[in-house]
Design a binder for this molecule. Structure first.
Ligand code: GUN
Length: 289
């Protein structure tokens, strides 16, 4: 068997086109959707993500308020910037790129963002509302994964989904969305404390790899006909490549020979995260109408 490749680039573009239409209609009504993008420090991976997000915003007819801060910024100064953005009527969403510099308390910062502008769904109130099925922006990467599965008609209802990785950004929120009645999946969440990961993966109808460990999932761990979504973004040193590194996921791409569906890195979930972010900004701006 050779897997159907799940193309997040094509689907992401389609979604961004529809956001562009929403954005044009908002502009006609005098609202320019605007996301504040805050980056502290110069971590190359974060800079690259932030640049991609800002480019996508511009292409969708949205504004971005680009706030680049030195690594050494004081926590109190960052909190004061966020307080100003919370008050600013021109700003519809606030994204503080993680990870933050080591001396800054990430919880304090994410808790300072107005939940009404929390398009990442990182504030504890947003997370609580999301878990309870109440009004909240849906977290971008988990939502992107669900939309990608839907686009390829991968059956989720009644399926056994095994998620590898318990991060606050992917594993935990994804588990919570998958158990909603509308998705009705049975979820097993594996993590670094899981004994014999392969035993769980082999029982999965859908595997979602979000552990941040290159090559974690090999073909032997995957059931014939499963759907495999790779969410890992790992920079692996490679002197043969121009950049000095290559991007690879958590999954050995050879699983494509056994799986029925495979979402690879790059080109799978990454572009979906950005598309969902833009949707959240549009939704937030539309609330002003
Ligand atoms: N760092 C890694 N992924 C993300 C994300 O989706 N949002 C933010 N703000 N930071 C991240």
């Amino acid at each position: 068997m050779s897997a159907v490749l799940m193309d997040g680039k094509v689907l992401g573009k389609k979604i961004r086109e529809s956001v562009k239409t929403r954005s044009a209609s908002l502009r006609e009504k005098g609202i320019i959707p605007c996301l504040a993008v805050v980056l502290a420090g110069e971590d190359p991976a974060s800079m690259s993500y932030v640049n991609s997000k800002e480019k996508a915003l511009t292409e969708a007819g949205m504004d971005s308020r680009d706030i680049r801060l030195p690594y050494g910024i004081e926590e109190a100064d960052l909190l004061s910037i966020i307080a100003d953005l919370n008050k600013d009527d021109k700003i519809h969403g606030i994204l503080v790129q993680l990870p933050l510099p080591d001396h800054i308390n990430e919880e304090k910062i994410t808790s300072a963002i107005d939940p009404g502008k929390d398009v990442d769904c990182f504030h504890p109130v947003s997370v609580g509302n999301m878990v309870l099925g109440r009004q909240a922006f849906l977290p971008c990467t988990p939502h992107g994964i669900l939309v990608l599965l839907g686009e390829y008609n991968v059956p989720v209802c009644g399926s056994h989904v095994v998620v590898a990785g318990r991060s606050n950004i992917v594993g935990k929120p994804l588990m919570n969305l998958l158990i909603r009645k509308e998705y009705n999946a049975t979820v097993t969440l594996c993590h670094t404390g899981t004994k014999d990961l392969a035993r769980f993966l082999q029982q999965a109808d859908i595997i979602i790899a979000a552990a941040g460990k290159p090559g974690l999932i090999t073909p032997a761990m995957v059931r014939e006909g499963a759907a495999v979504i790779d969410v890992g973004i790992n920079r692996v040193q490679d002197s043969a490549s121009k950049k000095g590194y290559i991007l690879c996921g958590d999954v050995d791409p050879a699983v494509a020979e056994k799986a029925a569906f495979f979402s690879p890195v790059p080109g799978g979930v990454g572009p979906m995260t950005i598309a969902m972010l833009l949707q959240n900004v549009a939704e937030s701006a539309e609330k002003r109408l």
